[in-house]
Ligand binder design. Sequence first.
Ligand SMILES: Nc1nc2c(ncn2[C@@H]2O[C@H](COP(=O)(O)OP(=O)(O)OP(=O)(O)O)[C@@H](O)[C@H]2O)c(=O)[nH]1
Length: 313
Amino acid sequence: MWQESGNLTNAFGDLTISSNWQDSPDCSENSLVSQLQTTLDLQQQLDIFSMSAGRVLTLSGLTLKTALGEFTARGSKNGQHQHLVTLTLEKQVLAELCYEAEYAFTPLIQQQLLLLESEWLFALRNALVVSRLQQMALKDPLTLLGNRRFFDDSFAKAIQLAKRHQSPFVLLLLDLDNFKQVNDISGHSVGDDVLLKVADCMRDTLRATDSLFRFGGDEFAVLLSDSDAEHAERVSERLLQAIKQDAFLAEHQVGCSIGLARLAPEQQARDVFHQADEALYQAKLSGKGKVRHSSLTRPKFAEARAGALLAAS
Ligand SMILES: Nc1nc2c(ncn2[C@@H]2O[C@H](COP(=O)(O)OP(=O)(O)OP(=O)(O)O)[C@@H](O)[C@H]2O)c(=O)[nH]1
């Protein structure tokens, strides 16, 4: 590993690590290099690195910005001074590191940090490769939403959490209406554009905390943690409207149907899924463009409405 050569760039410009650099890092058991090599998790590596950087100066915060997302060291807060570094290895930009402190980053401090950064480069590159592979395995390549595998995992965890905290949970399954005709009339690539547009509409409509997935084909799922059925119904109506009002989707006469199911006590993930699926089927049967609840999910006000209708008839 240490046979390779590395580059760091910072405010001073490029620092080329010398050919005998492989001899210089301290690889003893408790060294920074050894600690970083114990994990391929980016957050954990950042936390380990921030402990070492904290011995150079008292840090207020440390953030790592990568193409895979932003990570913040545990306990970080804003500082009066910032120091931004681009971490580069073999001419490849790996990440940006943003230090925050109450004290100025003097040239001496920057130089000391630079040496520490050099000890992180290879472990960081390995962690980035692994994270990228993990993301690829869990994402739908077209829309970049979570895929079915990621859904199964997240769904099971969300149900466990909801049960543990006795908090409400709703699963929402969405299937596009008349999507097949887009492929048939306008071609597969326009069909792909429609799927991308739907994914955008859903992202724009939902909260950042709502988990959003595409199963493949024209089926999507949303995990609404901490949501009761009434909230889920409002979210579903907003989704219907967002998709209905989009000009591109309207041009291709694409709408959507939605099935909802709430987690009830004693239920397992597969029960909730089957109920949402059944509700979706009912939404399709009732003429598409509709939201349907599983009978167990029906919120109180919908029950009251149904009761009032029955009484009036
Ligand atoms: N463009 C595109 N089409 C896909 C993709 N994956 C699946 N499909 C197509 O999606 C269509 C889904 O079929 P259906 O759900 O039966 O079509 P639909 O017209 O929406 O049917 P209803 O739900 O009854 O309205 C099929 O024609 C698949 O070939 C994809 O990644 N891109």
